[in-house]
Design a protein around this ligand. Structure first.
Ligand code: UDP
Length: 418
């Protein structure tokens, strides 16, 4: 069987009990979730992705699975096997599906197929529903021998204009699924024929260690202990080191801000994921830039930066920056807004859906525009507060876990009865 990601005893922890969410999201939502969970209590669901840590999918599953279990839904999380070569290829596929050109060779196809076929052979038939995340394991359904069960492919990235060669290669595998889920309707790639297509926006868990309330003294101390001077303005980015997150563009925008505001600091917190070898190369370019400026701080999960530090930095920041060039959703945007921290972000994909209507002017499409938005917010603390408050309210209404889990369970219910 594919390796199962252990979630320990989280499902018994107070933070995973759905009743905690009632005051935040209201009775209707929680009551519907309880009903859905009851209806699906005999259904076994298996989520499959490529990595247990790093990036949004691992973040989502690490909290969704314990909450589902606490609700009485039998949900597991398993990961496919892969070596460095496979993950380099799947990272290229990820980039190609987000629109980067890629030269697909027979050897590359072969490696992708070989790994997916092997993982498919390791799947047992004990589940009723499989939810397969992103392109890395997309061919599992096709190569799976057991005919039992319904299969959902959940695509988390912006697949609206994929590289043709890679998409034509992946498409038949995707079309073997019973249903597909994209974050936005506009992400559905050209010519895809799957009869059930859903659009589900991700969400955050306000009770996780990454998002839970922290006393000011605690988060400020945590940030100050890292060397950052909290008496000076602070811009924070939390992101994998990935070309689509444009980390070098972030540094350029910060450098423009610094010309006007000499005391500004930039903290870049970046995790490195098991299925993302490209991250290490980008980190070394970021380190090169930061070594020339003592006000740029770079922290990674390899140095032990975890959820509490991310939480602390997102709270202590004057402005969070997420200057993505493409973005499926960008959980970090909701994470920051939930903490009432304003966000200057790329005017792309799922980011747009998270920024409150009155603040959409802070969505940016260039380094210069990004610097101007940062400066405007850094120079205006009432505006920062207003942005933060509106942001938190939007996240409360639209981007907390119960809504996402409800949408996912509604789909499961729909496909098992089809
Ligand atoms: N993250 C983290 N530490 C880091 C960088 C990222 O914990 O150093 C988390 C971040 O808080 C968020 C997730 O990883 O929960 C990234 O999700 P997002 O949707 O923003 O981007 P993705 O990595 O999926 O493209």
């Amino acid at each position: 069987m594919l390796e199962q990601v252990k979630i320990g005893r989280y499902c018994c922890a107070p933070s995973t009990q759905i009743e905690n969410f009632r005051p935040l999201v209201g009775d209707d939502m929680i009551d519907e979730l309880r009903e859905l969970a009851k209806d699906l209590s005999s259904i076994r669901i298996c989520n499959i992705n490529a990595t247990p840590f790093g990036g949004g999918v691992a973040e989502l599953l690490s909290r969704e699975i314990p909450i589902l279990k606490a609700l009485g839904v039998q949900a597991d999380w398993r990961i496919i096997h892969g070596d460095q070569e496979f993950f380099s290829i799947t990272k290229s596929f990820h980039n190609a599906i987000q629109g980067q050109e890629f030269e697909l060779t027979d050897d590359i196809k072969d490696i992708y197929i070989r790994h997916n076929r092997k993982s498919a052979e390791l799947l047992t038939s004990e589940y009723d529903v499989f939810i397969v995340h992103d392109p890395q394991p997309a061919a599992l359904r096709y190569f799976n021998k057991h005919k039992k069960g319904k299969w959902i492919w959940r695509c988390h990235i912006d697949s609206s204009a994929p590289d043709e060669g890679v998409w034509n290669f992946i498409k038949p595998y995707v079309e073997s699924y019973d249903a597909v889920v994209f974050t936005l309707k506009e992400f559905v790639p050209p010519g895809l024929k799957v009869s059930v297509q859903e659009y589900i926006l991700p969400a955050i868990d306000p009770f996780s260690s990454k998002n839970m309330e922290l006393p000011g003294e605690v988060y400020r101390n945590a940030v100050a202990n890292s060397g950052v001077d909290l008496k000076r303005p602070l811009i924070v980015q939390v992101s994998r080191f990935d070309p689509w997150k444009d980390p070098l563009g972030v540094i350029q925008a910060y450098q423009l801000v610094k010309r006007e505001k000499n005391d500004v600091q930039l903290a870049m917190i970046g995790s490195l994921a098991g299925d993302d070898p490209e991250g290490y190369e980008i980190l070394s370019r970021v380190n090169e830039e930061s070594s020339r400026d003592p006000d740029i701080y770079v922290f990674t999960n390899l140095e032990g930066v975890g959820n509490m530090e991310v939480n602390s930095f997102q709270r202590a920041a004057d402005v969070v920056i997420q200057k993505s060039i493409r973005e499926g959703f960008g959980l970090v945007v909701s994470e920051a807004l939930w903490k009432e921290t304003p966000v200057v972000a790329g005017n792309v994909g799922g980011i747009r859906t998270q920024i409150p209507e009155e603040m959409q002017g802070f969505l940016v499409s260039s380094v210069e525009g990004c610097a101007a938005s940062l400066l405007r917010l850094l120079n205006d603390s009432p505006l920062r507060r207003e942005f933060g408050k509106k942001g938190r309210e939007k996240v409360r209404k639209e981007f907390l876990y119960p809504r996402m889990i409800r949408d996912n369970l509604r789909l499961v219910k729909r496909i098992i009865s089809s």
